[in-house]
Design a protein around this ligand. Structure first.
Ligand code: ZN
Length: 229
């Protein structure tokens, strides 16, 4: 995928991945959008039982949505660092003053990673880890979860349904159970919508005796409040 950013710039004539303004991959205005927001509690409505408290850096909308998609689906690797900065903010708030934690990214299907040519969440998490450590917060990445394949259940499903069927089913890698036991652990993901995937990830960790402190997200989709509250 080397040179992909350059290729995209060539094809698109060099445009900001957030607002499509001609120029660089991330214009000054969109860069400022990534450093401005205040992280907030992002409980889905209704909140799935068993979900650890979610903290999102920003609403999933507009330019930020474009930037997350450009990094994830169009391999605009240059966005990993600014998005990592955004995740840093969510992690700091989720840690509520603690000085150390393990960050456990919600894993993608291996086939999805292959198809995309990279693992966007891991890239962003690594960037956030570096930035947090520079700020004196001792965090490390824990690839403690794996997607559980259920090949027997997959027959007859479309590719899309197959992915949906697989995502949200996780297993704790056994070698991590001892390492993470009694340690502060945050789940990290890019976007929270219904929270069901994160809830499954919480379950997988907790089934191994690991307590999940919370979830740190880049962004949260707008929550609907049918009751008007
Ligand atoms: Zn822009």
């Amino acid at each position: 995928m080397r040179g992909w950013d350059g290729f995209v710039d060539l094809v698109l004539g060099g445009r900001c991945a957030g607002c499509a303004r001609p120029g660089v991959t991330l214009c000054g205005r969109c860069r400022r959008l990534l450093t401005g927001p205040t992280p907030f509690r992002a409980w889905p409505d209704p909140p799935p039982p068993g979900l650890a408290p979610p903290t999102a850096a920003a609403p999933y909308a507009g330019e930020l949505r474009n930037l997350i998609v450009a990094h994830k689906e169009h391999a605009r690797y240059g966005l990993a660092r600014p998005l990592g900065g955004l995740l840093t903010d969510a992690v700091r708030v989720a840690l509520e003053g603690r000085g150390a934690a393990w960050l456990c990214p919600v894993p993608s299907l291996r086939a999805t990673v292959r198809q995309r040519g990279h693992d966007p969440l891991r890239r962003i998490t690594d960037s956030a880890v570096r930035s947090l450590r520079r700020q004196g917060i001792h965090v490390r990445r824990a690839d403690a979860l794996q997607v559980v394949g259920r090949p027997d259940d997959q027959a007859g499903l479309s590719a899309e349904r197959r992915t949906a069927n697989l995502e949200g089913a996780f297993r704790l890698r056994s070698r991590w159970a001892e390492t993470l036991s009694g340690q502060p652990v945050l789940l990290v993901d890019d976007v929270i919508t219904t929270g069901s995937t994160l809830r499954e990830a919480c379950r997988a960790l907790e089934s191994g005796g690991i307590e999940v402190l919370g979830c740190a997200l880049l962004a949260a989709t707008a929550r609907r409040h049918p009751s008007g509250s």
